[in-house]
Design a protein around this ligand. Structure first.
Ligand code: AHR
Length: 740
């Protein structure tokens, strides 16, 4: 090789190396941008890899050049004896650049997959939400603020053995009065609300004849608070009848009182506001007629005026506030098994739950009580809006629960589907729901929303079809009809399908096959497992096919309310964040339970008539809800084992904050190493929130023994070691430095 040759080769190699380096870097960044990983300079490993390859090019390419020039072109020259001295330089260069670009890009891409260095990805912005089911008295006697139980005399033995229209009511004749009471159903307030009480006052004596209702284990009153009373009365005999309304205390003393006088032989609504003179956790509502005559009474209601956001027909402030404090990104409603119901006649029909409350169609609750549906679809949508959560209504897939007539424990008489000739009307109901939520105020169903006081749309984007349904032909045929109609009329709506009641098995597998085949956007997985299952299964979603349906983990819980359970759930939730690109939504279940009226344990929030008792599991949900992000980074924390020591790292583009969540489910202090080199402009100060304690502690009582998150502050450097207390969940949160 002549001096000239060497010089030429070196120059060519340098140009080739620089061009190929630039091209491969550009290619890599473009790939990353398309994949959603952005042009982040923290991909320093990518830069490093390119530099290595440039050095490699300098060292190795002179030899390749020589070989190419001396062999390939020599042979070509023999075969085609044309003069291509200049072209050969260009061709050599082209071959080198192409080969090197491909090699560099390939190696960088491979590194981005396999590297132990940080990889980032976008994750769902709706990831953590709540699952509301009317189970455990979550609606009537729970979130719904109505204080009167069985307000419209519709309880029946079908709801619960021994129940009847008088359940929760007491006929009272103080002061030697007498009369009688009966239930009637001719000419009711509304045909959907057939039963009412007829009160005959034969002799009112000094104190009258009437009715008493003590709500759900006593009506709670707060001194100075006001309560909105309302009643429908029709005068059947006699002239104007004075009726006294009282709130009486646990001791029988009158706490608040008002009077109305009947003046119509047609159903008329009377209202009054009562102000509590004293706080009482177990008061009663007394309605007492004080003149001879006969009156019909229905829809007797007492609401605290102080409902959540002061909405009429609203929600209990304390319970709604506790849910809102989770900052859930969505609310699923109204269930669970409640959705598909106990027999076809018991399927949840959303249209029965809107409009004036006295016109709604009530029905038995699959969990062994009654649904007044006073908390209906309008109120659910309104609550979602009030707390900034996406609504996720779930409707039956036109089949009833496979356990109908039995229970989820013992099984039942099997799944039934609506007759196919009824499917047209049923599908229309589903489509009407979307119009009710999203249609303009002058559309048929949008007008009903507007009439309820909400002319603007609720911006529904998800709709669930079915809940844990058996994957039978009956189910599939109906699901397919509904799903295809939804997609045809509302292509932007994401349908959430169902894949059974366990994390694996036949229903699960068949559900996924069917969901994929139907191209359902999201599939709803449910699992109630032991805490250790949650520790062991943190890689569950790592291998899920990213090109198929996304996942909604619609119901999960680790069968207990101890700190240990809560930490296992927290560890699992870090893996949900890690897989937030495929897991779109996740919600612990069930959400609410009234103490003394539970059909299911454990639950996230317990309550009674006066208090709310968030569990430790609740605080885990709350901490995730309040510290969510939309971009996930791997490998920021080292020293984990993805089981009992787990972590996730996210950033939130709204606040610019960086959030680390680290869980230690071991009984010893554990040190991890944190490397924040990939993040620029972070404040040194971090907020530290820790939930820790003895593993078997439970919280659902009021008291000082409760485990609550403890917030402190710290200062950190780019890399640091962090000690995790035994049995702890730690969140570290940094703000961005302000730009001035
Ligand atoms: O969350 C309680 C019940 O568990 C739900 O109603 C049902 O979907 C599941 O089996």
């Amino acid at each position: 090789m002549s001096k000239d040759d060497i010089l030429k080769t070196v120059v060519l190699t340098m140009i080739g190396a620089v061009v190929s380096f630039t091209l491969s870097l550009l290619l890599q960044l473009i790939v990353k941008a398309i994949k959603g990983d952005g042009f982040k300079s923290e991909n320093s490993y990518c830069l490093f890899s390119c530099l290595i390859s440039v050095i490699g090019t300098f060292v190795a390419l002179p030899f390749y050049m020589n070989i190419i020039c001396k062999t390939v072109f020599k042979k070509l020259h023999i075969m085609f004896p044309i003069q291509f001295k200049n072209i050969r330089i260009l061709i050599s260069l082209f071959i080198l650049i192409t080969a090197n670009t491909v090699l560099n890009s390939g190696s960088i891409y491979a590194q981005s997959i396999h590297s132990e260095k940080s990889v980032q990805k976008r994750i769902s912005t709706d990831l953590f939400g709540v699952f509301f089911e009317d189970i455990n008295y979550a609606a009537d006697g729970g979130l719904y603020a109505e204080l009167v139980q069985n307000r419209s005399f519709e309880y029946s033995p079908a709801d619960h053995t021994g129940w009847n229209p008088f359940t929760a009511w007491e006929y009272i004749t103080p002061g030697y009065a007498y009369g009688n009471i009966s239930v009637a159903s001719n000419q009711p307030v509304h045909e959907n609300n057939p039963h009412y009480v007829v009160l005959t006052i034969e002799e009112p004596a000094k104190e009258g004849v009437g009715l008493k209702n003590s709500g759900f284990n006593g009506i709670p009153l707060i001194s100075g608070d006001t309560y909105l009373f309302s009643i429908y009365i029709r005068q059947l005999a006699g002239s104007a009848i004075p009726v006294t309304i009282q709130l009486t205390g646990r001791d029988g003393k009158v706490n608040a009182e008002t009077k109305i006088v009947t003046d119509s032989d047609q159903w008329k609504k009377y209202t009054a506001v009562l102000k509590a003179g004293a706080t009482d956790d177990s008061a009663s509502l007394v309605i007492i007629a004080k003149a001879k005559g006969v009156i019909a009474l229905d829809e007797v209601s007492l609401f605290p005026q102080n409902t959540y956001k002061n909405e009429p027909n609203g929600l209990r402030n304390d319970i709604a506030g506790t849910i809102a404090a989770i900052k859930p990104r969505f609310i699923r409603f109204p269930g669970g098994c409640l959705v598909h119901g106990d027999g076809l006649g018991n399927m949840y029909r959303w249209k029965n739950t809107i409009g004036p409350v006295e016109q709604r169609i009530q029905q038995k609750n699959i969990w062994g009580y009654h649904q007044s549906v006073g908390l209906g679809f309008f109120e659910y949508f309104r609550f979602c809006e009030d707390i900034g959560a996406e609504p996720l209504p779930v409707l039956p897939a036109a089949v009833c629960c496979q356990n109908s007539g039995g229970s989820w424990r013992i099984g039942g008489t099997g799944q039934h589907g609506l007759a196919l000739q009824e499917m047209g009307d049923y599908i229309q109901d589903v489509l009407d729901l979307i119009e009710y939520a999203n249609g303009p105020a002058n559309s048929v169903w949008g007008a009903k929303r507007a009439a309820a006081g909400h002319p603007l749309p609720f911006n529904l984007k998800y709709i669930g079809i079915g809940n844990e349904d058996q994957q039978s032909d009956t189910f599939r045929e109906r699901f397919k009809l509904i799903q295809e109609a939804v997609k045809q009329h509302y292509p932007a709506i994401n349908v959430v399908g169902t894949v059974g009641w366990s994390p694996d098995g036949t229903e699960f597998t068949q559900g996924w096959q069917f969901g994929k085949q139907q191209k359902v956007e999201i599939l709803d997985e449910h699992y109630y497992m032991n805490p250790d299952w949650f520790l062991r299964n943190q890689h569950r979603y790592d291998q899920y096919d990213r090109s198929g349906p996304k996942v909604y983990i619609g119901e999960y819980a680790s069968r207990g309310n101890t700190l240990y359970n809560a930490l296992c759930e927290a560890a699992y939730m870090t893996s949900i964040e890690k897989n937030g690109d495929i897991v779109q939504l996740a919600s612990y279940a069930p959400l609410l339970a009234r103490k003394g009226n539970t059909q299911w344990n454990p639950n996230l929030i317990y309550f009674d008539q006066t208090n709310v008792y968030p569990t430790i599991n609740y605080y885990v949900q709350q901490l995730f809800g309040n510290n969510s992000g939309n971009r996930y980074y791997s490998h920021i924390v080292t020293g984990l084992n993805d089981s009992s020591i787990a972590a996730s790292c996210v950033t939130d583009s709204l606040t610019g904050d960086l959030i680390l969540k680290i869980v230690n489910v071991e009984d010893t202090l554990h040190m991890v190493h944190v490397n924040l080199a990939a993040f620029r402009n972070l404040e040194k100060n971090a907020v530290v929130t820790v939930l820790s304690g003895r593993p078997q502690t439970i919280n659902n009582v009021t008291g000082v023994t409760n485990i609550l998150p403890v917030v402190t502050a710290t200062q950190t450097t780019k890399t640091f070691d962090w000690n995790l207390p035994p049995y702890s969940f730690t969140i570290l949160r940094w703000k961005q430095k302000s730009k001035q």
